[in-house]
Write a protein that binds this ligand. Structure first.
Ligand code: HEM
Length: 248
């Protein structure tokens, strides 16, 4: 904890650096990729000319694609290693509780529950966004590699794979772009819960208030109390005991 009690460490320095690398590579890949797809638009032509021509744009896109591939492989390697060595919980896996929490929240939004779903380290929306981007990232890497090395690929696979990879790469790019631009940017900047910016992935810290609202099950684990005690709906008397011992 930092500042006594109010801030809680959520992300390590590695995760902060990883997120910066993903921001950098995504911005460059979107800019250099989408201007190729929408080459006929004025702003795309302006950008291509500023980059010194289409050959430079393609070169930058391919080498940034290699860097992106390295990031994704590193991410998966570290995650698998962390979970296999039991250093980390597999907190990003989708479980039955996510389905229960999503139904609970729909009921809550209709006024049929008196509190929002109580989530653990990552809620079902964060998991959905994570897996969409991770699976999408893999599809971009595979289809990008096919477009990069068409002659090598067609020595093994049929030629139809090239136009198929082009359609996949081009449309998946648009899908990931929209998920990022609409969903991720809304959640991390414009959502009233975090506006003007959710700084947790940049500073590594999150307020205890937000943990209480968004990740109460993890907060209870960190503070070593039962979730119902932390949330104030435990059996009478337990709450006071927790507060007395400084954990409530
Ligand atoms: C988030 C990641 C990525 C995005 C958003 C993206 C986006 C795009 C887009 C929009 C195009 C133009 C497609 C069209 O003309 O319709 C393109 C082309 C291409 N991309 Fe990507 N891409 C990504 C990752 C990668 C990766 C990882 C690689 C390499 C492994 C790669 C290699 C290529 C290649 C070879 C082309 C064909 C253009 C050329 O010959 O340079 N891309 N990309």
């Amino acid at each position: 904890m930092k500042d006594g009690k109010t801030k809680i460490r959520r992300f390590s320095t590695f995760r902060i650096a990883e997120h910066w690398m993903i921001i950098l590579s995504s911005v460059v890949l979107f800019a250099t990729g989408l201007c190729q797809r929408f080459w006929h638009v004025d702003s795309a032509q302006w950008f291509i000319l500023k980059m010194g021509g289409i050959d430079n744009v393609r070169l930058v896109h391919r080498y940034m694609g290699l860097f992106f591939t390295f990031e994704i492989l590193l991410h998966v390697g570290v995650a698998v290693g962390g979970v296999a060595s039991r250093k980390w919980e597999s907190s990003m896996f989708i479980t039955r509780e996510d389905l229960v929490a999503s139904i609970h929240n729909i009921r809550y939004y209709f006024g049929l529950e008196n509190h929002a779903a109580r989530c653990d380290r990552y809620d079902y929306m964060e998991k959905f966004e994570y897996w969409t981007i991770l699976i999408g990232g893999f599809l971009m890497i595979v289809s990008g590699a096919v477009l990069w090395l068409p002659t090598m690929v067609t020595r093994i696979l049929p030629g139809e794979i090239i136009p198929a990879a082009k359609v996949l790469h081009s449309n998946e790019a648009l899908l990931i772009f929209l998920i990022n631009a609409i969903w991720h940017i809304y959640n991390s900047i414009f959502s009233p819960d975090v506006f003007p910016l959710d700084t947790s992935i940049f500073t590594g810290y999150i307020s205890r208030d937000r943990m209480m609202r968004e990740h109460p099950l993890e907060l209870a684990r960190i503070e070593g109390v039962e979730p119902n005690v932390l949330l104030g709906d435990g059996p009478p008397g337990v709450e006071e005991k927790a507060a007395d011992s400084g954990t409530g």
